[in-house]
Design a protein around this ligand. Structure first.
Ligand SMILES: Nc1ncnc2c1ncn2[C@@H]1O[C@H](COP(=O)(O)OP(=O)(O)OP(=O)(O)O)[C@@H](O)[C@H]1O
Ligand SMILES: [Mg+2]
Length: 247
C-alpha cells in the first residue's frame, strides 16, 4: 500500500511584501509514491526544495498545484495527523522549560492518556539517550541535546509515518549511530520513515530508496542496492547526479 502519493506537485513561494512580484520556486512537478514500511531518503543541495516538499506533505504548506495524499487521504484530517511524527529542521522549544515539561505538553497535544504519560516520556528519553536530563531547563541543553529532544518529541505518539528533516544535524558521531539505530528499530516495527539528510554515509546505511531533488525538481529516484551495483558510495552517485562536471 502507498502511504504517500504525490502527483504533479508544484509549490511556488510568493514574496510576502505586496509591492514585490517575486516568485520563488520551491518544488516543481514532483511525482512520487512511498510504500508502507519503506525508509526513504530525500537528498539535495541547500535550497533544493527538500524542506518545502516535506512541509507540503505535512500540510504545513499548501500546494500551488498538484496534490498529495497521506494514508490515502488528506493529511489535515485529525485521524491522519495523529499517525504522523515530525522533527523539523530547526526544532524550537521554549528555553525556560525542562525536557520533561515539553514532552508532557506534547503528550497532551497527542491525547496520550494521563496515566500513560510518565512511562511514554521515560521510554522516548531513554531511546534518544537523554535519560537523567529530564529536569534540566533547555537553556542548559547543548545543540545536540536539543536535536535529540526533537527526535523524542517526533516519536512520542508512536507514529506510523515519521518525517525527519535532517535528524542528524548537530549530533556527535555516536549520535549518528544512535539515530540510525532508532530509524532501523522503528522500521522493523513496520513504520514508514521519510527523511532528508546531507550525511550520505548514514543515508546509505538506513534507506531502501533515495530521491534527489535538484533546483526543485525530482531528478532521480533509485534503490540503494541498485546504486551500490554501479557506485562504491552513495556520495559518488549523488555527485554524479547533482554536479556531473565535478566527477
Ligand atoms: N518561506 C519561504 N518563502 C520564500 N521562499 C522560500 C521559503 N522557504 C523556502 N524558500 C525557497 O524555496 C527553495 C527551497 O527551499 P527549501 O527550504 O525547501 O530547501 P532545502 O532543500 O530544505 O535546503 P536545506 O538543505 O538548506 O535545508 C529555496 O530557494 C528557498 O529560498
Ligand atoms: Mg531544509
Amino acid at each position: 500500500m502507498d502511504i504517500i502519493e504525490i502527483k504533479n506537485l508544484t509549490k511556488i513561494y510568493k514574496a510576502k511584501e505586496f509591492w514585490k512580484n517575486d516568485i520563488i520556486p520551491g518544488v516543481e512537478n514532483i511525482n512520487l509514491t512511498i510504500a508502507k514500511g519503506e525508509v526513504f531518503g530525500l537528498l539535495g543541495l541547500n535550497g533544493a526544495g527538500k524542506t518545502t516538499l516535506m512541509k507540503v506533505l505535512l500540510g504545513l504548506l499548501k500546494p500551488t498545484s498538484g496534490s498529495v495524499k497521506v494514508f490515502g487521504g488528506d493529511i489535515n484530517e485529525r485521524k491522519n495527523r495523529k499517525k504522523i511524527g515530525y522533527l523539523s529542521e530547526l526544532p524550537y522549544f521554549p528555553k525556560y522549560l525542562t525536557a520533561n515539561e515539553i514532552l508532557d505538553y506534547f503528550c497532551d497535544l497527542f491525547d496520550i492518556p494521563v496515566k500513560e504519560k510518565a512511562e511514554r516520556i521515560k521510554s522516548v528519553l531513554k531511546l534518544v539517550r537523554l535519560e537523567g536530563k529530564e529536569n534540566i531547563k533547555l537553556k542548559n541543553f547543548s545543540k545536540g541535546m536539543q536535536e535529540r529532544l526533537g527526535l523524542a518529541q517526533a516519536i512520542l505518539n508512536d507514529p506510523e509515518l515519521l518525517f525527519l528533516d535532517e535528524p542528524m544535524s548537530g549530533l556527535d558521531p555516536l549520535g549518528y549511530k544512535e539515530t540510525r539505530d532508532i530509524i532501523i528499530a522503528l522500521n522493523k516495527q513496520g513504520k514508514t520513515i521519510f527523511f532528508n539528510s546531507h550525511i550520505l554515509s548514514e543515508v546509505e546505511k538506513v534507506c531502501d530508496r533515495v530521491g534527489i531533488i535538484k533546483d526543485g525538481r525530482l531528478v532521480a529516484v533509485r534503490k540503494i542496492n541498485e546504486i551500490k551495483k554501479t557506485y562504491a558510495t552513495l556520495e559518488q552517485y549523488f555527485v554524479s547526479v547533482v554536479a556531473p562536471s565535478a566527477r
